[in-house]
Design a binder for this molecule. Structure first.
Ligand SMILES: O=c1ccn([C@@H]2O[C@H](COP(=O)(O)OP(=O)(O)O[C@H]3O[C@H](CO)[C@@H](O)[C@H](O)[C@H]3O)[C@@H](O)[C@H]2O)c(=O)[nH]1
Ligand SMILES: [Mn+2]
Length: 676
């Protein structure tokens, strides 16, 4: 693209972090000496020693990957103002929003995300927003139709007063700061209109038939969410030359049939890629989840600074934005705001079309649809886009419906070589890896004002379920065909005795090191502790079960499932939950291992403190200070579980979970006694 003879759009910064590197290497050195110490006495000691050796080897391996991933971080500063002077150069962008369940993902959340995208600072005629609804929900459709009506007021309002967060539920929740009379008046109108919209959706959610949709709703009435044909509806159309300045909005629900696997989000993204290809076929795609509203109105221009501003196209195959969350609880009690991890790597934001490949067998690869093939050939030959608005988007609906059908992908390369790759519940990581392995690189976009804000799940069950899915997905990537080993951030599960000096030093340095990392990010000590603690809990629950489900998949006993995370819209109104940061439990077997750990260590401490242990059991190698400290540390880490023994309702551990845990604990004790 012509980007020469003007100011650069981005600047690259390399960070040295010498002290940081030194600390990481020191930890590595200590880990290696611990491993050699273990190895030296491996034959003389019992099975616990070997298990400890295995765990520590795994941790060392992860630590190595961790160092490698963080070794020389690079950040980019982007200059959107320089690009704003060159508006005509900006390429079109198709924006994708996925939703899957109108109950877990309330339509008002999706509508807010969509509105924030429709209102971004970018020429409206170059944008189109596609919403994929895997729930095939007439409520979601209805909410979008109503949301589109509101958009006609909202988008001009955003542009007129030029504020940053254009998700109405955020902007309208704050009392207006400005004293500008016009603004105050308009703000009030918006607030009223938004409340009306919210109420309409609320009322509609309680009715079985959503009548107001002059006939369109009929399409949905007879469908099951897992068995229905494709539906594509153009809700808003931006015709070039018209002055309303709102991007097009298209609703898509792909065909679902019981006998066809639908591949969860990856499947939805591939359908969106095809539907948009036959409708607007922009050279760039933006993907957000239904709960991730644009928090920075210039986000697309920022991204374009990277796409257009790097000399070598290959450097920016895709741009990703860190996952940041709104309404985050203080000190991150569930350890899922990922702030430290975000420093180094993250999930998706943008995806450039990675499917531009010359191939005679286009049809075999892309599937048979003449419109699709035409669009692909146009992309490959670099021809300008067909102006969708001259024929109108509605003319393309028929072709769009066809490419959204289940059978469309049969015997094609979709999901294997093309588009989003199937086979992992973290399809973003798998797909990112594939794009990288094709020689493209990715860039990380971190504007001062976070690009998008999402919803972090709250409570024990929801957060652990999400972490379990990520663990499952990442393991699937790790063992999947042709996949390189990737930097999976995981932490050790320390067992029993260890060489005192090395492990105490290791323990201290490791914790100080992580703590300084948190301080460097401006986070509190409390956040650090909550995150450390949650890592222990997560490894003994979500990750363990994630591992088990992948083992089951490998043995062919079950398939892994993408369980959608619940999105709560944390507006200030609902304060029913006294303390949303308090850990909650449910019936899930995920809580059994943690409960068992608490029982074993709790009993161990009790027996030790009361002096009840059998004398001289393990060859004079009885418990010492180390064991006490370790058990105490485990209990401290699992404090929410310890409290869970004494609490009631959702804050307490269910009785049958305690029963199962006790059985597991006894089994462990029997196994230990059997060897020593
Ligand atoms: O069958 C499905 C299942 C999920 N989704 C959508 O996928 C997105 C992510 O699902 P969510 O339950 O919110 O999972 P998270 O763990 O919060 O998502 C993170 O992790 C996922 C991979 O595990 C990535 O796909 C997401 O982009 C990333 O934000 C949501 O918009 C869903 O509506 C679908 O479209 N179809
Ligand atoms: Mn999510």
């Amino acid at each position: 693209m012509e980007a020469k003879n003007s100011l650069p759009l981005q600047e690259r910064f390399e960070h040295k972090r010498t002290l940081h590197k030194a600390r990481e290497l020191l930890i590595l050195l200590l880990l290696l000496s611990l491993l050699s110490y273990r190895l030296a006495f491996l034959r003389l000691r019992g099975p616990v020693w070997s298990i400890a050796f295995l765990c520590e080897s795994w941790f060392t391996f992860i630590w190595l990957l961790n160092i490698n991933a963080k070794w020389s971080p690079v950040t980019y500063k982007t200059f959107p103002n320089r690009l704003k002077n060159r508006l005509e150069e900006l390429p079109p962008v198709d924006m994708f929003v996925t939703t899957a369940d109108a109950t877990l993902e309330p339509p008002i959340v999706t509508v807010n995300t969509v509105l924030s995208l429709l209102a971004v600072d970018y020429p409206a005629e170059k944008l189109a927003c596609y919403v994929s609804d895997d729930g095939c929900s007439s409520l979601t459709f209805f909410a979008l139709v109503e949301g589109a009506k509101f958009a006609k007021l909202w988008v001009p309002f955003c542009k007129k007063y030029n504020f940053q967060v254009r998700a109405p539920f955020v902007h309208l929740a704050m009392e207006p700061e400005s004293s500008n009379k016009d603004y105050l008046k308009d703000w009030k109108t918006m607030k009223d209109e938004y409340e009306k919209l919210d109420r309409k959706i609320e009322i509609a959610s309680k009715q079985s038939v959503r009548c107001e949709l002059n006939g369109e709703i009929v399409d949905f009435s007879t469908y099951q969410r897992n068995d229905h044909p494709s539906i594509v509806k153009v809700i808003l159309e931006n015709r070039r030359g018209s002055s309303d300045g709102i991007p097009s909005l298209i609703y898509v629900t792909r065909e679902k049939r019981l006998k066809y696997p639908h591949h969860y989000k990856a499947g939805a993204m591939n359908v969106l890629a095809r539907v948009s290809a036959v409708m607007t076929n922009a050279p760039f795609m933006l993907n957000v989840d239904c709960d991730m509203f644009a928090n920075n109105a210039e986000v697309i221009i920022h991204a374009m600074c990277l796409f257009l501003g790097l000399d070598d196209e290959v450097q920016s195959g895709y741009v990703q934005c860190p996952q940041h969350f709104y309404g985050a609880l203080k000190d991150d009690p569930f350890g899922n705001q990922l702030v430290i991890m975000q420093q180094d790597m993250d999930l998706e934001g943008y995806k450039a079309p990675c499917m531009v490949e010359q191939d005679k067998e286009l049809q075999r690869k892309f599937g048979y649809s003449s419109e699709m093939l035409e669009s692909v050939s146009r992309t490959i030959s670099g021809e300008p886009e067909k102006n969708a608005s001259c024929g109108g988007l509605s003319e393309a609906v028929e072709a769009a419906v066809r490419v959204a059908d289940c059978s469309y992908e049969s015997n094609t390369s979709w999901g294997e070589e093309m588009g989003w790759i199937y086979g992992s519940t973290t399809e973003d990581v798998l797909t990112g890896l594939r794009i990288q392995s094709m020689g493209w690189k990715s860039v990380y976009l971190t504007p001062d004002r976070s690009a998008f804000l999402g919803n972090a799940p709250q409570g024990g069950p929801a957060s652990l379920k999400q972490l379990k899915r990520w663990a499952t997905g990442l393991l699937e990537v790790l063992i999947g065909k042709g996949s390189p080993l990737i930097a999976v951030a995981t932490k050790r599960l320390m067992v029993g005795e260890a060489s005192m000096i090395i492990s105490v030093t290791l323990f201290a340095i490791y914790n100080i090191h992580t703590l300084t990392e948190y301080f460097a990010c401006g986070l509190s000590m409390r956040t650090w502790w909550n995150n450390m603690r949650m890592q222990r809990i997560t490894s003994a629950s979500a990750w363990l079960l994630g591992l088990l489900s992948v083992v089951l998949k490998l043995m062919g006993l079950s398939e892994t499932v993408f369980e959608v995370t619940r999105k709560d819209q944390s507006s200030s109104e609902d304060e029913t939950d006294e303390d949303p940061g308090r850990f909650t439990f449910d019936d899930s077997s995920m809580f059994v291992p943690g409960t068992a750990l608490v029982i074993v260590h709790g009993m161990g401490l009790l027996v030790g403190l009361l002096g009840l242990q059998r004398p001289g059991g393990g060859g004079g190698n009885g418990p010492g200070l180390g064991e006490f400290v370790c058990s105490f540390w485990v209990l401290l880490s699992f404090l929410p579980f310890v409290k869970g023994f004494f609490r009631k309702g959702k804050y307490g551990i269910p009785w049958h979970t305690i029963g199962k845990a006790a059985a597991l604990g006894s089994l462990f004790l029997i196994l230990c006694g059997w060897k020593s």
